[in-house]
Design a protein around this ligand. Structure first.
Ligand SMILES: *Cc1c(COP(=O)(O)O)cnc(C)c1O
Length: 403
């Protein structure tokens, strides 16, 4: 039983690898050959851990949600990644990779972003550590995510619109890859989730593994036991879930649950439920489950949460799904919205819409009263207020229609 790390070619079972144009070999090989030695070095760890503590604000609390536990008649703990600097788990990875890039002598950072969260985290790390930052973003997303574009600009990053294809995330990834091919020596590409060619899925999982490392320590302090019965996380590409699962994946008595974005429903044609609908394919440099047509065209995904709006899933998760090591749920937009309001009203915490998908599993499955459930609250809901406000207005209208 070995799930945690890929083999030397970057495979998790049948998934992973590095499917890249030949011109990227030097960059990717440089990373493959050096990443573990660098990030495990004492010098790197000292700087990284210091920043996580004093800059990001780690350790994030593991909070026993008393009201929610009562409501569902089970023991629910929330891992508060929403309390990190910049509002989500993404900074754990962005800081780690920018530090790594510095150690590799890189002067220039590129990244792609959909909703802008990863772009903001990367721009933040670059401002702090003094590297040039270029963020590729679909033209459509630039219009949809104006506040995050403003943040990136203020942080000194250059936001470059992708104007090809559907003008969204997958087009931004293609442009970032093109840039990397043109600037192989000076540039590091900070990928934002456990996707991309080997070693990115493993690299990002290692940086996010701080989440489950802390959960084990904090759960031990609070309950005398390091292992919960369940850990639950939402999955876009899969980085917060990989971090939440990492130190539990070889612990057979800990059950893993992943929540995917079902959008308007699996059969609606507007969904991002990759494990339910995906087939084996290559997307952004690795072999995994991909939502695609019979002739291999990527299907445009849909989710109410921009962070889960991705047509693939990292190879680590495809393997967990295939081996039935993790149980996958598809959560609709409406179910996620309901759970976001339920958490807000019961605990006074406004979650990111992405994280609300993980919370929605509580309505899909019954847990025993003495079971311990840890849910990763991957981010805060500030960025989603417009969507939440619209929901409130819809509910008000429905109510006045009934009167
Ligand atoms: C980006 C994002 C996600 C989805 O990305 P993963 O790589 O699957 O973790 C989830 N939650 C929040 C708050 C995000 O910003």
């Amino acid at each position: 039983m070995k799930y945690k790390n890929p083999d030397e070619n970057g495979y998790y079972g049948a998934f992973g690898g590095a499917f890249i144009p030949e011109m990227l070999y030097p960059n990717v090989e440089e990373l493959q050959n050096s990443y573990i030695a660098i990030i495990e070095s004492e010098d790197f760890q000292q700087e990284y851990q210091d920043l996580l503590k004093n800059y990001v604000g780690r350790a994030t609390p593991l909070y026993f949600a008393k009201n929610l536990s009562k409501k569902y008649n089970t023991q629910i703990y929330l891992k508060r990644e929403d309390l990190n600097h910049t509002g989500a788990h993404k900074i754990n990875n962005a800081l780690g990779q920018v530090l790594l890039a510095k150690r590799l002598g890189k002067k220039r950072i590129i990244a792609e972003t959909g909703a802008g969260q990863h772009g903001v985290a990367t721009a933040t790390a670059c401002a702090l550590l003094g590297l040039e930052c270029i963020v590729y973003m679909g033209e459509v997303d630039i219009k949809r995510q104006a506040p995050n574009v403003a943040r990136m600009n203020m942080l000194g990053a250059k936001v470059v619109p992708s104007t090809s294809g559907s003008k969204t995330l997958k087009d931004a990834v293609n442009e970032a890859l093109r840039d990397w091919i043109s600037n192989p020596v000076t540039t590091h590409y900070v990928i934002g989730s456990v996707v991309g060619p080997h070693p990115f899925p493993d690299l990002v999982a290692r940086f996010q593994s701080i989440i489950s490392q802390e959960i084990r320590e904090q759960l031990y302090e609070q309950t005398g036991n390091r292992n919960p019965d369940y850990v639950i996380a939402c999955v876009g590409g899969g980085s917060n879930a990989a971090g939440t699962f990492y130190h539990f994946v070889e612990e057979e008595n800990v059950k893993l649950i992943a929540a995917e974005a079902g959008g308007l429903g699996i059969d609606s044609g507007k969904t991002a439920a990759t494990t339910f609908l995906g087939t084996l394919g290559v997307l952004h440099g690795s072999k995994s489950l991909v939502m695609q047509t019979a002739d291999g065209q990527v299907i445009e995904p849909h989710s109410i949460s921009a962070g889960l709006d991705y047509p693939g899933i990292g190879p680590f998760h495809a393997h967990l799904f295939n081996e039935k090591r993790a149980e996958f749920f598809s959560i609709t937009d409406e179910e996620a919205l309901q759970s976001a309001f339920a958490l807000t009203r019961s605990e006074g915490i406004i979650p990111a819409l992405e994280s609300a998908h993980a919370l929605a599993v509580l309505d899909q499955k019954t847990f025993k009263p003495d079971e311990v459930i840890v849910i990763c609250l991957s981010g805060r809901g500030d960025k989603d207020m417009e969507t939440y406000l619209k929901k409130i207005q819809d509910m008000d209208q429905e109510l006045s229609g009934q009167l």
